[in-house]
Structures are given as C-alpha cells and as structure tokens.
Design a protein around this ligand. Structure first.
Ligand code: KG4
Ligand code: ZN
Length: 375
C-alpha cells in the first residue's frame, strides 16, 4: 500500500506539518518555531504556546502541502501527535487533524511524539541508504525527555518501513531532562534561550581550556540506567554563587541579551576563559552521563545499533563522543540530521505509516494525552 501521510505536530513550542510518502520519503517538512515568543520567559509558556499554534497551524499545513506539490484531497491519511506534551498545545493539532480527516474522509492516525523521535532516526538512515539493525537501544534526549528504550520488531528483526516497533523502557531521568539542564545553566550564565545550541558552540570554543571546577559522574540509586541532571545544575549554581568573579560578566551579558545581542559572535567576547572552561566542563558531564549509560545499555542487551534522537542529539560533542565510543565497541550509532533531531512533523508522518497499515486508527473521540507512554 502506497500512502502519502500529512503529519501534524504541536506538542510543545513548534507548529509543524510535513508530507511523507510510504513512511520514508520526505516530500515536505515545515516547522514554525515559537522560540522568539518564549525567549523572554526563559522557557515555554503553555498558554502562549497554544495561542501561537492556533495562529500557525493553518498556514503551516498549507505550506507543507504546497512544498509537496499536493492538494489536500491527494493526501492519503492524517497523522497527528496525541502526546506526550502540553495539553493545550496538543489539542490544537488534534482538533485540526480530526477536522481534516473528517471533512476529507481520510483515516486519522494518532502518534506518540516519542515514537516520532525514533522514526526521525530511520528517516535519516533511509536517506543515507543505511538501515539500523533491530533490536537497538534508543536514547531520546530533548528539553522534555531523557529516556532509554529498547526498540525491536515483532518478527524478522528487519526494520523495514512496514514494521511496528515494540518498546521497553530501560531508564529515564529522575528529574530534569538533559535539554532542560542546558537551558537552565544557560539562564544562570546569561547566555540566552534556548541554551543548548549556544553552549554547544561555546564548549567547542573552550576545547583545551582548563576547567575551573570538576563535576563528578552522577550516581543514581536503583536502576543504573536512570539519569539525573538537577544535581549538576545545582552544582553550577553553587559554583557561581561561591565565585564572585563571574558576576560582572554575567551582568554584561544580561545587558547584551536585553539589547537583543544573543548571537555566538556577540556572546563569545563577553565570556571569560573561566566561563568557557565551566561551560565545557558542564557539557562534558552531561555527555559523559548520556553516553556512558547508553553504551552500558547497548552492552547489556548486546545490540548492534544505537539510535540517538531529540533536540540534544543535535549537539556536536555528543555526536563525536558517540561515534568514537561505538567504534571501539563494534556497534553503529545513528542520528537524525539536526533539523530532524528537534521537533518536526516528518517524524510524526513516518511513525504514522506502519500504524496506518496495521489499522491503528482514531475516530473523532481522539483526545490529547499529555503523559502518553511509549512503554
Ligand atoms: O526536541 P526539542 O526540539 O524539543 C523538546 O521536545 O524539548 O529539544 C529542544 C531542546 C532544548 O532544551 C535545547 O536547548 C536542546 O534541545 N538543544 C541542544 C542543542 N540544540 C538544541 N542541546 C545541546 N546541544 C545542542 N546543539
Ligand atoms: Zn520532542
């Protein structure tokens, strides 16, 4: 069965629509980010997110269809994020998806946002003519999630586009998500919002600089595959409080941000070597934790593939560290491109395809599920 699926994603602060053919060929992918709206609050404000989704959803879907060269009637099904996410934000996409499906008489496929992130890896692998072997270990690491799954298929082990994946949760964060830690530390240091991309670049500029403090690996009692990032964020906070030399440059950066100067080239000259060393050490600690636990899971399960997805998967040092570690472990690592790492609707349309084939459809009673679990 050939199918062109219109995917709709509105779980957090990106309004996105995309058309994907047969679960793997991206015909279009449009993302309207709300980052400029939430920036002054230093995080996503749910009410503002819902309002902005309402404003964006129609033009974003139109644009996705136009870029795919399709009319609405030519789409074979609608895939929409059901959860997890912000309830008001999810409802905008779901209501619009239901309306389209009903008025066009097309099937409506509910999708778990996290399963979308898993499919982002397969979309990218497909473009490169690669195919991750299953079972695999998948790390989903974003502003809202840090979780490790085992991903498998029912029968053959072949991860073809028709296969429905099965998931087993191996570990998860007990407190903050890794992306949230990036955002909070960037806020403490007055380095703008969202923190991940800027800290990524500053940490690269800090290569080889001494660390003003050393963060030890996080220990979690119980499940050794669980994560924890709030202690690290607190350690950064205490370090800043105890060392007055940071306050003057933090004040200068706050002024720069207030003037709208938030680019890397603008913030780098306002950041001392000590700050750069601190950023690098923070990033080293986050990455060591993510990579160590993911590699431990891969070894424990004896898998050949590691999948990494979510906003933080865009991090250059995380990618390089994984590439290095998998080589010596004899496994393969798969990442989406940066654009497919962060929230998008192509991954939702891709995840909808095997569900459409399996007849896992929704009717008009479909509701948002803010804490929808994958496993
Ligand atoms: O997947 P995503 O777009 O949205 C959520 O579902 O949260 O991820 C956004 C998160 C933010 O916390 C952002 O700071 C982080 O991903 N992020 C990064 C990088 N790019 C985005 N973190 C580290 N390095 C990056 N290059
Ligand atoms: Zn996400």
């Amino acid at each position: 069965m050939s199918a062109r699926i219109l995917g709709i994603e509105s779980s957090c602060d990106e309004t996105a629509a995309a058309v994907v053919a047969d679960g793997r060929e991206i015909l279009s992918s449009v993302v309207a980010s709300q980052v400029d709206i939430h920036r002054k609050y230093g995080g996503v404000v749910p009410e503002l997110a819902s309002r902005e989704h309402l404003r964006q959803i129609v033009p974003v879907v139109r644009e996705a269809l136009a870029q795919a060269g399709l009319k609405l009637e030519e789409v074979d099904a609608i895939g929409v994020t059901q959860g997890p996410g912000l309830v008001g934000a999810l409802l905008v996409g779901i209501t619009y998806g239901k309306t389209l499906a009903q008025s066009l008489g097309k099937p409506l496929v509910p999708v778990n946002h996290l399963e979308g992130h898993v499919h982002a890896v397969f979309l990218e692998a497909h473009k490169a003519g690669r195919s991750p072997k299953l079972p695999a270990v998948c790390l989903i690491v974003s502003g809202g999630h840090t979780v490790l799954y085992e991903v498998k298929v029912e029968d053959s082990g072949a991860a073809d586009r028709n296969a429905l994946f099965r998931y087993r949760k191996l570990g998860q964060t007990r407190d903050d998500a890794a992306g949230e830690a990036y955002d909070k530390v960037a806020k403490l240091l007055a380095l703008g919002y969202p923190g991940g991309p800027i800290l990524d670049r500053l940490a690269a500029a800090a290569y080889g600089l001494p660390a003003p403090v050393k963060f030890s690996p996080t220990k979690t009692r119980g499940n050794p595959l669980d994560f924890s990032f709030s202690g690290l964020k607190t350690a950064v906070l205490y370090h800043l409080r105890e060392h007055s030399e940071y306050s003057e440059e933090i004040r200068k950066r706050e002024e720069a941000l207030a003037r709208g100067e938030r680019k890397f080239d603008q913030l780098l000259p306002l950041s001392s070597k000590t700050t750069l060393g601190l950023v690098r050490e923070f990033q080293n600690a986050v990455i060591r934790d993510l990579v160590d636990r993911t590699m431990a899971a891969a070894e424990e399960l004896d898998v050949e593939s590691i999948l990494v997805s979510g906003g933080v998967a865009a991090n250059s040092q995380l990618r390089a560290t994984f590439e290095e570690r998998v080589k010596s472990a004899g496994v393969e690592a798969f990442f989406p491109s940066r654009a497919l790492s962060t929230d998008n609707a192509a991954m939702i349309a891709a995840a909808a395809y095997p569900r459409l084939r399996a007849g896992l459809l929704a009717d008009l009673t479909l509701n948002a599920d803010p804490s929808l679990a994958l496993a």
